[in-house]
Design a protein around this ligand. Structure first.
Ligand code: FAD
Length: 360
């Protein structure tokens, strides 16, 4: 586990080379009541005789003043005290955990402190006719993007999608896998004490505005996170008119992540965003949520058609993100981060081409 305290030992400050000091034997001189160095290497002290007597005490006083002033500034300035690095593409930095909010039985929201330099002009991108809804984050990093978190103890890295980039923080929704290396490490972190090692953001998919008239987002579980990021970006942009059809699979109603946020967005942008919840094993627990589950079971061809999936010749963009089993069944195996593999499964059978489908 990454603790805050060891940060000092792991800091990237170049290590100081310790120069050998003259070895000193100190002996009390009873005649003038001073401690004097008497070794033959004690040139520093020997030359003392030629130096003004006030020199050493003055140097000591100046040192104390400098160190004291710096310490005072550091401890009284929250900005300096809380200084953390920004996310960097190529380098792992330390980000202290500020807060943990449980969301479902196995998924929590983790807020990490980070220094972001957001251009203030960011808010200008709020479209005037859609500004009743506050898309409060200052995301300047093009969506969809992710970061990589490293478990320092075993040097394993995993990707996570920030759902919010705030001015001084970013938020992750992380599902805990009991035997999972990185997710269980993140779930064991203590706010105010621990930190993660992360680098990024990294563009997950090169989305450009209006690259397709409709984007179908098929998500399962925490696979909703890159979709949510992109949904917010599309709805925020005054020039992106892409229609979004989200097909979101969850095990039960209480496993739905970002349900309220999605509901709010689809209510505010009914002509642009359609949200279809597909619940594998419904319990009827959604009554209080205020949104309707129209489809049950796993996401398959019939469910996709019932959700209004466009035909391949209508040239939609199809994004798929979820557990391996879901990706395999819908679009064929994704062998690695950089290899999309062959398009197979439901989408291939429906006639979509590899150019139309992206697997996260
Ligand atoms: C672009 C991208 C974005 C992502 N964003 C998020 C996000 O926002 N939030 C989120 O929670 N996740 C996200 N993920 C998933 C995340 O990267 C991890 O895959 C996930 O957290 C599991 O990692 P882990 O190290 O905890 O588990 P792992 O150690 O990889 O194990 C995961 C599960 O698989 C089992 N397992 C592992 N190896 C084997 C094996 N050989 N055979 C059988 N079972 C095995 C484990 O027991 C465990 O149950 C994202 C993934 C990608 C690619």
């Amino acid at each position: 586990m990454n603790r805050l305290i060891p940060t000092l030992s792991r800091s990237r400050t170049p290590s100081l080379r310790v120069l050998p000091l003259p070895r000193l034997q100190l002996r009390h001189n009873s005649t003038d009541h001073r401690w004097r160095g008497i070794s033959e290497q004690d040139s520093l002290f020997a030359k003392d005789e030629k130096r003004p007597k006030w020199l050493l005490p003055s140097l000591a006083l100046v040192s104390v003043l400098v160190v004291g002033t710096n310490g005072y500034i550091y401890y009284t300035s929250p900005e300096l005290r809380n200084r953390v690095p920004p996310l960097e593409y190529g380098e792992f930095n330390q980000f202290p955990l500020m807060e943990v909010i449980p969301v479902t039985h196995d998924t929590s929201l983790f807020r990490f402190r980070a220094a972001h330099q957001f251009p203030d002009s960011q808010s200008k991108t709020n479209r005037s006719n859609k500004n009743e809804i506050v898309l409060s984050t200052n995301e300047y990093v093009p969506a969809p993007n992710h970061i990589v978190i490293k478990d320092d103890s075993c040097q394993v890295g995993r990707s996570y999608t920030p759902i919010t980039y705030g001015r001084n923080h970013f938020d992750l929704l992380v599902k805990r896998y009991d035997n999972g290396s990185v997710s269980s490490m993140i779930h064991a972190l203590k706010p105010g004490e621990d930190f993660i090692l992360a680098r990024g953001p990294i563009l997950s998919f090169p989305y450009t505005e209006n690259m397709a008239s409709e984007v179908v987002m098929i998500a399962g579980g925490t696979g909703i996170t890159p979709m949510y990021q992109l949904i917010k970006q599309i709805l925020r942009s005054p020039t992106d008119n892409t229609k979004i059809n989200l097909v979101y699979g969850s095990r039960t109603e209480s496993d739905i992540l970002l349900g309220h946020e999605l509901e709010l967005l689809s209510t505010k942008f009914p002509d642009q965003l359609r949200v279809n919840h597909v619940i594998q094993a419904p319990t009827g627990a959604l009554a209080g949520f205020g949104f309707e589950v129209k489809h049950t079971g796993l996401i398959n061809e019939n469910v996709l058609k019932a959700c209004g999936m466009p035909k391949p010749d209508e040239e939609p963009l199809v994004l798929v993100c979820g557990p391996d089993g879901m990706i395999d069944a819908l679009a064929g195996e994704k062998p690695s981060e950089r290899n999309q593999g062959t398009l197979k499964g439901v989408l291939a059978r429906m006639g979509f081409s590899p150019q139309q489908v992206f697997k996260f």
